[in-house]
Design a protein around this ligand. Structure first.
Ligand code: RP5
Length: 161
């Protein structure tokens, strides 16, 4: 089966965050793979992943990393596929370090940068879904239904419970 989304992360420790992206992709019926690809610890793996991503048929890459989070930007430099960056929350600087490392890309090599942490990972999955839905009407319907259900779950009045 063709895999549409590549979820990559700098470390095993990022999976607790990045699995939120995997969960939403699964919920929406989107195929994905999840790999540990570190810009600093496995640079050759990063290079070959980026070099082959498009020819392997991936359509979107979600890249999460923390601290000196160079993985999303380096991946964007190596593939023309859209790269969505997730700043992982860190202990030392709460993920602001990750955010700053990912967001401020030079002109020409964009990374679509999400919020810090789990919300960012979920939104990365939803952003990937939105991109894929442009060419997949059935997925567009599933995504719309997901959004409608979320809206319907929000009460109009606050409660003490
Ligand atoms: C980054 O360093 C990873 O993305 C991770 O968020 C952070 C810490 O990695 P570990 O020391 O937990 O492996 O490269």
């Amino acid at each position: 089966m063709a895999i549409d989304v590549g979820i990559i992360m700098g470390s095993q420790s990022d999976w607790a965050t990045m699995k939120e992206a995997a969960a939403i992709l699964e919920e929406l019926g989107i195929t994905y793979e999840a790999k540990i690809v570190s810009a600093h610890r496995t640079p050759d793996r990063l290079w070959s992943y980026g070099k082959t991503a498009a020819e392997r048929g991936l359509k979107v890459i979600i890249a999460g990393a923390g601290g000196a989070a160079h993985l999303p930007g380096m991946m964007a430099s190596k593939t023309r596929l859209p790269v969505i960056g997730v700043p992982v929350q860190t202990k030392a600087l709460s993920g602001v370090d990750s955010l700053y490392s990912i967001v401020q890309m030079p002109k020409g090599f964009p990374v679509a940068t999400m919020a810090i942490g789990a919300a960012g990972a979920t939104n990365a999955g939803l952003m990937a879904a939105g991109i894929l839905a442009l060419a997949d009407p059935a997925l567009a319907q599933r995504l719309q239904a997901w959004r409608d259900a979320l809206s319907a779950s929000i009460p109009e009045e606050p409660s003490d419970d």
